[in-house]
Design a protein around this ligand. Sequence first.
Ligand SMILES: Cc1cc2nc3c(=O)[nH]c(=O)nc-3n(C[C@H](O)[C@H](O)[C@H](O)COP(=O)(O)O)c2cc1C
Ligand SMILES: CCCCC(=O)C(=O)O
Length: 401
Amino acid sequence: MPLLNVEEHRRRARRMLPRLVFDYVDGGAEDERCLQRNRDALEQLPLIPECLRDTSTVDIGIELFGRRWRAPFAVAPIGLAGLVRPGADALLARAAQGAGVPFVLSTASNTRIEDVRAAAPDAALWMQLYVMGERAIAERIVRRARAAGFEALVLTVDVPVSGLRERDLRHGFRLPMRLTPATVLDMARHPAWLMRLARSGMPQFANLLPDDDGAPVSAQAQAALLSRTMDRRLTWESLAWLRKLWDGPLLVKGLLGAEDARRAVRHGADGIVVSNHGGRQLDAAPASIAVLPAMVDAAGGRIPVLMDGGIRRGSDVVKALALGARGVLAGRAPLYGLACGGEQGALSVLQLLAQETERTMTLLGATHAAELGPRHVGRPEPPPKDTLQGKPAIYAARAAA
Ligand SMILES: Cc1cc2nc3c(=O)[nH]c(=O)nc-3n(C[C@H](O)[C@H](O)[C@H](O)COP(=O)(O)O)c2cc1C
Ligand SMILES: CCCCC(=O)C(=O)O
C-alpha cells in the first residue's frame, strides 16, 4: 500500500528508525508546546474558496531570486541527517532537484558541500550557516559554498544556545555520548538501519573536516556543533561581515518578532525565514504561521518573507502563501520520506506536497500563488478541547503510542 500522506510517512519512519534517531528528528524542546503549536495553529485556520473561477490551468510554481521553483517550497536545512541514512544530504538534494525545488544544506551536514553539489548538479542549492566561535570556520564554509555554485546564504539566528531537547537527553544523545542499554538494544532491533550505519561509519560533520586546502579544523569545532555551541557575540552588525564574503542573496532564518523583521530589512538582508526552528529551540515561541502576517507587514514588501514550521500538507503551504509568505521550507516532512525510502521516499513526499498544494489551490479557485491572499483564510477555529487535563494534544498522541 503506497503511503498516502506525510503523516503515514512519519509513522513508517518511526518503525524504521531506532527511537534515538526518530526522536532526534521528530522531537522539540522541553514540553514540545511550540512543536504542537505549529501544527495546531495551521490546523485551526480554515481556507475559504472562491468558486466559479477558471482553473483549467493551475501553476503552483513561483519565482524567487531569479530562479523558478516548480513548487512553492524548499527543503529546510537539516543537521546530522546522516543519522537517518548515510549520504542523506546528497539524497535530499537529489530529491529536491527531482522536484524542482531548492535544497538548503545545513552547516551541520554529513556530506561535504562539494559532494552535495556533485550529487545534484542541477539543483538550486542554498547554504545554511551556523557561526561558531571561530569565525574562520564560517568564512571557509561561505567561500566553499560560493565556489560550489550555491545560490543563497541562510544565516540561522535562533540558536544562541541549544534548545533543551529532553527526548535527546533521555536517550543519552549528547556529549559525552552515554547510550543507555535500552537504546543499544533498540538499535540492534533495526538491523537494516544498523547495517547501513556500520558500512558507512558514524556520521561526521563533513564541512568541518580538514580539507584539500589543509585548513585545520579542530575536533573541538565538531563537538561545538554537536552541542550547538554558537558564537553568542553574533549581532545584526555581523551581517556586514557576511556581506563582504557573500554577494548573493543573504537570508536570516529564525525570526519571529516584527521589530526583528524591520531590523533585517535595515541591515540589508535579502529575505527572512519566519521560523521557530520547528519547535526545537524556544518552547514558548509562537507558531510561525501565527506571527507570519505581522512579519509580512513589517517587511513591507521590501524583502521576501519565507516561513517554516509544521508544514505537513499542501493546504499548510497554501495557508502560508495566502498570509503573505513567498514560499515555505519543509524540514521533517522530506526527512520522514528519506527514512522510509531514501531519495525516492523524500521525492515522494515532495511530490505529495506539490499535488496537495495544486489541489488545494484549485479548490480555492486560485491559478497562481500571486492570486492567494488573506481573504482565503478564515478566522482560526477555537482549539480542540484537550483530552488530558489541559496537556497539549501531543501528550495524548504519546499516551496512545
Ligand atoms: C532533525 C532536524 C535538524 C535540523 N537542523 C537544522 C540545521 O542544521 N540548521 C537550521 O537552520 N535548522 C535546522 N533545523 C530546523 C529546520 O531547518 C526547520 O526550521 C524546521 O525543521 C521546520 O519545521 P518542520 O520540521 O515542522 O518543517 C533542523 C530540524 C530538524 C527536524
Ligand atoms: C546537531 C547540529 C544542529 C542541528 C539543529 O539545528 C537541530 O537539531 O535543530
